[in-house]
Design a protein around this ligand. Structure first.
Ligand SMILES: Cc1cc2nc3c(=O)[nH]c(=O)nc-3n(C[C@H](O)[C@H](O)[C@H](O)COP(=O)(O)O)c2cc1C
Length: 205
């Protein structure tokens, strides 16, 4: 049985190409694994908390030391951490907006990168990521088509960033699936076709 977490960061909901790509990835994964339980976290469904002063002061205290306001401030983080820890496979939708990830996805990442939960220091002072044995599929979409243009914002600003932050939290297997050119008037794509050979898709390292 595999727990799959689908994270949505497209403001276009069901019309988002990254949502459709992620759903095709999940379909393939569920064909491979006997049983799948799918959870969904739509980052555009409600306003996300941002890192502010109260949040940061709460991060440096243990639960008993925190004020009610500080504990309340961390409640969203607590909920999304429970969800991501429970997942075996994460399908992370990451559409390109203004050459980077959507602000909602950055806000979400700020909630899940947390000492004692996703990162920790060891006795010798070295840092380790705590999200072990998870696989992340990145469903990346961009309106532009950058292939052969000498400019690669998809890999430079999205894949590299997500790989860095996921590695930081201990996730080592990261498999990007990318669709470019969604803004072209004649754009057509077979999402299932892109995911057909998901097993042989290459992980970034
Ligand atoms: C405000 C805005 C900014 C965008 N910025 C970029 C961009 O910097 N580069 C790009 O290639 N496409 C850009 N796009 C196009 C989106 O990447 C494209 O619509 C993509 O399909 C979004 O993924 P989604 O359909 O899953 O939301 C932008 C679209 C909007 C509405």
């Amino acid at each position: 049985m595999k727990n799959i977490l689908h994270i949505i960061s497209s403001p276009k909901g069901e019309h988002g190409h990254s949502v459709k790509l992620a759903r095709a990835i999940i379909k393939q994964l569920c064909n491979q694994h006997k049983e799948c339980k799918i959870a969904e976290r739509d980052l555009l469904a409600a306003e996300l908390p941002y890192l502010d002063g109260l949040h940061i002061s709460a991060l440096f205290k243990n639960e008993a030391e925190r004020s009610d306001d500080e504990n309340q401030k961390l409640s969203y983080s607590d909920a999304v951490l429970r969800e991501i820890k429970a997942a075996d496979i994460i399908v992370l939708g990451a559409p390109m907006y203004n050459f980077g990830i959507h602000a909602a996805l950055k806000a979400y990442i700020d909630q899940i990168v947390r000492f004692g939960h996703t990162i920790a220091y060891q006795r010798d002072g070295s840092r380790i990521g705590l999200l072990k044995d998870k696989v992340v599929y990145l469903a990346i979409t961009a309106g532009g088509n950058y292939t052969n243009s000498g400019f690669d914002p998809v890999n430079d600003y999205i894949v590299n960033y997500l790989q860095t932050i996921l590695n930081y939290m201990g996730i080592e297997t990261i498999i990007p699936l990318i669709i470019e050119g969604t803004a072209a008037p004649d754009f057509m794509v077979d999402y299932d076709q892109i995911c057909n050979d998901i097993q042989s898709a290459t992980a970034v390292s």
